[in-house]
Ligand binder design. Sequence first.
Ligand code: MN
Length: 269
Amino acid sequence: MSDTRNGAATAPLILICNDDGITAPGIAALAAALDGLGELFVVAPASEQSAVGHAITVRDPVRAHPWAFSVPSGEVRAYSVSGTPADCVKLAVNQLLPRRPDLVVSGINQGPNTAVNIIYSGTVSAATEASILGIDAVAFSLCQWQGGDFEPAGRVARFIAEQVLRRGLPPGILLNVNIPPLPSDQIAGIRITRQARSRWEESFHERVDPFNRPYYWLTGQFVNLDDGGDTDLDAIEEGYVSVTPIQYDLTAHQHLDAFRSWSWDAVPE
Ligand code: MN
């Protein structure tokens, strides 16, 4: 891949974002893994924004501060942003980047973004925001809640990013990639999967603050409701990288005709 330092204007511009915050090990691993693949630019939240979903900041200012960020080959331009992952992508694309990026990558998240977690995920939402803006995007997550080695996941991320840069994605479609927490030589392969049906069985811990008022802390148990065998959860369980093509068009297209057949001719007065 050519390099802008050699005067070539062809190096793809790659925006790197996440939801764990700019100091998280996963974003350092992702940037390091993509070193040399193009011109890298990091715009990430100043503090952890996990599970904020697609929230955006509209009632407060969003501030961006230049941040010292380096990869093995040298310094990468980076900004720490006071907002959400979706804010980061909007601000980067509209204001901070020198031109429109060729690819937006998000992660590598600490923890899986499989099944229903996709909808809560800030990592996926950064990539979704890019897709809404018409830019190819991939979200990467390491399926381990704490610690772990991000380097094998980084190699997977580079392999997939290269392929996306080469082939491009269909309009409105992004890739949600989950990587099992295994050494490279133990990863069984890469599978195209669908999002598993699942939910959290929630429970709230009730506690009491120093002023004697109750407060609540959400916890829960993840439940796989899917026995399909071809889901993101199945792939991870069997040691495969899971690649799920997803979209932000939430229309239930398969039910449009059924609902059109209801009675809609009378508008209540
Ligand atoms: Mn996270």
